[in-house]
Design a binder for this molecule. Structure first.
Ligand code: DGT
Ligand code: MG
Length: 373
C-alpha cells in the first residue's frame, strides 16, 4: 500500500495492520476525545460502540497531516455521523461539549477511579457502583468490604503504580530480569515488549517475554526467577498463571481473552537509581524512599511459538484486533499469540520471526514502532 501524501488524495486502509502508525499523532485533540468515548462506552458495557470509537481513533492516529477541515475526513472509513459531528465541534470550538458532558457523568467518573486500581476491572467496578460506592475514598473507608490480595496491593502501592513507568525504569527492570534468568539459562532469550518495544517513553507496566532455543528449558525459568526476586526482597506481589496451552486447539479470535502461556503478574520493588554522590533520585515524590513499586508481566513461551507471542505482546491492542480481523476476513486464517492456522490447507504455519508471519499473511512488514495504532 502507498502511504497517503496529502489530505486530498487520502487512501487509508480499514485495517491498522495495513497502516503505518507511529507515535507522532498530529491529531491528538481528536484521538484523545475518541479514546475517552471508547472508555465511556466500555464502562457502559456497550462493546459495539467502544470498538467503533477505538477504530476511529486508531484510523486518525495514522493520518500524516493534522485535520483542519471536514472535507479531509469525508471519505475515511470508520468515521460515522456521530464521530464527524465531534470532529466538527472540536474544529469549531477547540473542544467537544458532548465529550465533556459524558466525562462528567457519575458512572464514568467512578469507573475511571475504580479501574485505576490494579486488580479492579469492569466486574468489580460495576459491583461497587451498584453497592453505592462512588470514589476510592468510599472504598477505603468501608472496612468490611472484601478485597482480593491483588486489589489490596493495588491500594497499597496506588501512587507508584498509577504514576507511569519511565523508559529508564523499564530498562532497569529488563536488566534485572536478564541478569537473573541468564544465571539459570544462559541462552534464554529475554525481550522487552509491549509499548516500550513500540518506542513509547512511558508505560503502565513492563512486559517481558522469555523463551529458550533448547526445547523445554524455558519451563523452570518463571518459578526460579520469582524465587530469586523474593529472596532479594524485590517482590511485592506475584500472581502466577500456569500454562493452559493445548496443541490441538485452534487459535482464538478474541483478542481480549488471556492467552495460554505460563505467565506472572508481578509488582516489583524496583531500586531507584543513585547518583555518583549517593543521593537518591526520587521519581515518585516518595521522600527518602529508595524504591518504586513497578508492575511487571513476565510471559514464558516455547521457542516455536515465540514469534507469535512477540507479535501478540508487542501490541498495540488495536493493532492486534485489526491483525486478527484481517486474518479472519481477508485470509481465511486464524491468528492468536500461539500460532497461525490456515483453514483451507488445515495446517499451522511455522514462523521463526515476525517478518515471516507478515509474509504468511501477505502483509508488508511493519516495524514495532509502526504498530502504534
Ligand atoms: P502500556 O499501557 O503502556 O503498558 O501499553 P501496552 O501496549 O504495553 O499495553 P499492555 O501492557 O496492556 O499490553 C501489551 C500488549 O500485550 C497489548 O497489545 C495486548 C497484549 N496483551 C497483554 N495481555 C494480554 C493477554 O492476556 N492476552 C492477550 N491475548 N494479549 C495480551
Ligand atoms: Mg505494557
Amino acid at each position: 500500500f502507498n502511504p497517503p501524501l496529502s489530505s486530498s488524495c487520502v487512501q487509508v486502509s480499514q485495517y491498522a495492520c495495513q497502516r503505518r502508525t507511529t507515535l507522532q499523532d498530529t491529531n491528538r485533540i481528536f484521538t484523545d476525545a475518541f479514546d475517552i468515548l471508547a472508555e465511556y462506552f466500555e464502562f457502559s458495557e456497550n462493546k459495539g460502540r467502544k470498538v467503533a470509537f477505538l477504530r476511529a481513533s486508531s484510523l486518525i492516529k495514522s493520518l500524516p497531516f493534522p485535520i483542519t477541515a471536514m472535507k479531509e475526513v469525508e471519505r475515511l472509513p470508520w468515521l460515522g455521523d456521530q464521530m464527524k459531528a465531534i470532529i466538527e465541534e472540536i474544529l469549531e470550538e477547540g473542544k467537544s461539549y458532548k465529550v465533556l458532558e459524558l466525562m462528567s457523568e457519575e458512572r464514568y467518573k467512578s469507573f475511571k477511579q475504580f479501574t485505576s486500581v490494579f486488580g479492579v476491572g469492569l466486574k468489580t467496578s460495576d459491583k461497587w457502583y451498584r453497592m453505592g460506592f462512588r470514589t476510592l475514598e468510599d472504598i477505603k473507608n468501608e472496612k468490611e468490604l472484601k478485597l482480593t490480595k491483588m486489589q489490596k496491593c493495588g491500594f497499597l502501592y496506588y501512587e507508584d503504580i498509577t504514576s507511569s513507568v519511565s523508559w529508564a525504569e523499564a530498562e532497569t527492570t529488563d536488566q534485572l530480569i536478564k541478569s537473573i534468568v541468564w544465571k539459570f539459562v544462559p541462552d534464554a532469550v529475554v525481550t522487552l515488549t509491549g509499548g516500550f518495544r513500540r518506542g513509547k517513553k512511558n508505560g503502565h507496566d513492563v512486559d517481558i517475554i522469555i523463551t529458550c532455543p533448547r526445547k523445554g528449558k524455558e519451563k523452570n525459568i518463571l518459578h526460579n526467577t520469582i524465587s530469586v526476586l523474593k529472596n532479594q526482597g524485590l517482590l511485592l506481589f506475584s500472581d502466577i498463571i500456569e500454562s493452559t496451552f493445548v496443541e490441538t486447539k485452534l487459535p482464538s479470535k478474541h483478542v481480549d481473552a488471556l492467552d495460554h502461556f505460563q505467565k506472572a503478574f508481578l509488582i516489583l520493588k524496583l531500586p531507584t537509581q543513585q547518583t555518583a554522590i549517593g543521593d537518591i533520585i526520587d521519581p515518585c515524590g516518595c521522600e527518602g524512599r529508595k524504591w518504586k513499586a513497578v508492575r511487571l508481566d513476565l510471559v514464558i513461551t516455547p521457542y516455536e511459538q515465540y514469534s507469535y507471542a512477540l507479535l501478540g505482546w508487542t501490541g498495540s491492542r488495536q493493532f492486534e484486533r485489526d491483525l486478527r480481523r484481517y486474518t479472519t476476513h481477508e485470509r481465511k486464517m486464524m491468528l492468536d499469540n500461539h500460532g497461525l492456522y490456515d483453514k483451507s490447507k488445515k495446517v499451522f504455519l511455522k514462523a521463526s520471526n515476525e517478518e515471516e508471519i507478515f509474509e504468511h499473511l501477505g502483509l508488508d512488514y511493519l516495524e514495532p514502532w509502526e504498530r502504534n495504532a
